[in-house]
Design a binder for this molecule. Structure first.
Ligand SMILES: Nc1ncnc2c1ncn2[C@@H]1O[C@H](COP(=O)(O)OP(=O)(O)OP(=O)(O)O)[C@@H](O)[C@H]1O
Ligand SMILES: [Mg+2]
Length: 148
């Protein structure tokens, strides 16, 4: 997570079914508000998280989300790590494209989530699962979508 460091206690959400998607969204929104995020920033993070959680349910069955507060000395934010041990993604570049879906769905979840947060990292090993790391700063960065 360098160069940023964790700045306190985090929250964890287990995702194992459709009802956990809304719970993940709610939990992350409340957590962001508690971390003094502006409402639009909290909603953007929670929306991205709900897409990632939905992907866990649809494509990997179960997984977990961990959120921790971070600071780099001048800004504060939240890092969310989502992990599953599902089938993984063979072609990440393709999976990140708008409109690509292996389930006949819209294929907008990953690309949409990436646009909603300040930093987005995705790693996968086929057969071992997916890890996605989202970083959202409370005040946003100059190029973020602050007025959703
Ligand atoms: N956690 C995951 N495990 C395995 N494959 C995944 C995972 N998340 C995404 N994928 C793959 O990446 C593709 C693109 O994901 P994305 O969320 O953009 O679209 P979708 O889930 O298919 O449709 P939508 O989210 O628009 O309903 C998926 O179709 C799936 O093949
Ligand atoms: Mg999806």
């Amino acid at each position: 997570m360098s160069p940023h460091h964790a700045a306190g206690k985090g929250v964890h959400v287990f995702v194992g079914g459709a009802s956990d998607v809304g719970w993940a969204r709610h939990t992350l929104h409340a957590y962001a508000v508690r971390e003094r995020f502006a409402e639009a920033r909290a909603v953007a993070l929670a929306t991205a998280v709900s897409e990632i959680a939905r992907n866990i349910v649809v494509h990997a069955e179960r997984g977990k989300l961990s959120a921790v507060p971070i600071t780099d000395g001048t800004r504060h934010g939240i890092v969310v790590v989502a992990r599953d041990e599902g089938p993984g993604i063979a072609d990440i570049e393709r999976a990140m494209e708008d409109g690509y879906s292996t389930k006949g769905s819209l294929g907008l979840g990953l690309s949409g989530a990436k646009r909603l947060v300040d930093e987005f990292e995705i790693e996968s090993i086929v057969g071992q699962g997916v890890t996605i790391t989202l970083t959202q700063w409370a005040q946003g960065t100059p190029d973020s979508l602050d007025d959703l």
